[in-house]
Design a binder for this molecule. Structure first.
Ligand SMILES: Cc1cc2nc3c(=O)[nH]c(=O)nc-3n(C[C@H](O)[C@H](O)[C@H](O)COP(=O)(O)OP(=O)(O)OC[C@H]3O[C@@H](n4cnc5c(N)ncnc54)[C@H](O)[C@@H]3O)c2cc1C
Length: 206
C-alpha cells in the first residue's frame, strides 16, 4: 500500500456512496466503504419486489462484487454509531476507523410528518428487506383470507397505501396489475372484485 495515499472513509453504499467511490482516484486515495448492508440496493424497483413482480436479487448488488476490481477499495459491513471529528474517527459496531477525509452518504429515513399513528402501524419501503416484508405480508394475508370467517374477510381485503408520491402511485399500480392478472390464478377461491385499494394523499389543512 502506498503510504502517501490519503485515507477516505465513505459511509453508505447507496447511489451517492457508490458513485463517489467509483470516481475517487486510486492513485491518490485508499477508500473504506462502510455500509450496514453488504449490498447496494436499487430503490426505484422496491415496489416490484413488494408486489412479487421481480426477485430481491434483481435489485441487490453485493458491494464487494461492485468493487471487485478496485484494489484501493475496502468494503466493510458495519453500522456507523458515532463520528468523532476531533480524532478523525468513526465508531462502528465492528470497531473504529480513522480517516483523512470522511464522506457521509447515508440517505434518508421515511418521513411520517409527525403522525405517530401511521408510524406505528405501517410497513415502510426503504430497504430490500422492507420490500420482502410487504410481499410476505400480502401473500400471508391472502392465505388468511381463504380461511377467515365471512365477517372478517372484508377487513383483510382492504389495502391502504399512505403517500401518493411516485412510490405510492407505482405500488398502487403494480398492485392493481397483480390483482387483475396474477392473484386470481393463484387464489381461485377468492372474489377479487371485493379487494379494495386506497391511496391516501395529504392535502393542506385550512
Ligand atoms: C421506494 C423508492 C423508490 C424510489 N424511486 C426513485 C426513482 O424512480 N427515481 C429516482 O431518481 N429516485 C428514486 N428514489 C430515491 C433514490 O433511491 C434516492 O434518492 C437515493 O437512493 C439516495 O441515494 P443515497 O446514496 O443518498 O442514499 P441511499 O441510496 O439510501 O443509500 C444510503 C446507504 O447508507 C447506508 N446507511 C445508512 N445509515 C448507515 C449507518 N448508520 N451505518 C452504515 N451505513 C448506513 C444504507 O444502508 C444505504 O446503503 C426512490 C426511493 C425509494 C425509497
Amino acid at each position: 500500500m502506498n503510504t502517501k495515499k490519503k485515507k477516505v472513509v465513505v459511509i453508505g453504499g447507496g447511489f451517492a456512496g457508490v458513485q463517489c467511490v467509483r470516481n475517487l482516484d486510486e492513485n491518490l486515495f485508499d477508500v473504506w466503504l462502510i455500509d450496514k448492508l453488504n449490498h447496494h440496493q436499487f430503490q426505484p424497483l422496491f415496489y416490484q419486489v413488494a408486489t412479487s413482480q421481480i426477485e430481491p436479487s434483481s435489485i441487490s448488488f453485493p458491494l464487494r462484487n461492485v468493487f471487485r476490481n478496485k484494489k484501493n477499495v475496502h468494503v466493510r459491513m458495519a453500522e456507523v454509531l458515532e463520528i468523532d471529528p476531533a480524532q478523525k474517527m468513526i465508531i462502528t459496531d465492528i470497531g473504529d476507523f480513522t480517516f483523512d477525509y470522511l464522506i457521509i452518504a447515508i440517505g434518508c429515513k421515511t418521513n411520517f410528518f409527525g403522525n405517530m399513528n401511521i408510524e406505528q402501524n405501517v410497513f415502510t419501503l426503504k430497504t430490500t428487506y422492507d420490500a420482502i416484508n410487504i410481499r410476505n405480508h400480502i401473500l400471508q394475508t391472502f392465505e388468511d383470507i381463504i380461511s377467515a370467517k365471512k365477517d372478517e374477510k372484508q377487513a383483510l381485503l382492504n389495502l391502504v397505501i399512505v403517500g401518493a408520491g411516485p412510490t405510492g402511485v407505482e405500488l398502487a399500480g403494480a398492485f392493481a396489475e397483480i390483482k387483475q392478472h396474477v392473484l386470481p390464478k393463484d387464489y381461485r377461491e377468492l372474489i377479487f372484485l371485493l379487494l379494495k385499494s386506497c391511496l391516501l394523499r395529504a392535502v393542506p389543512t385550512r
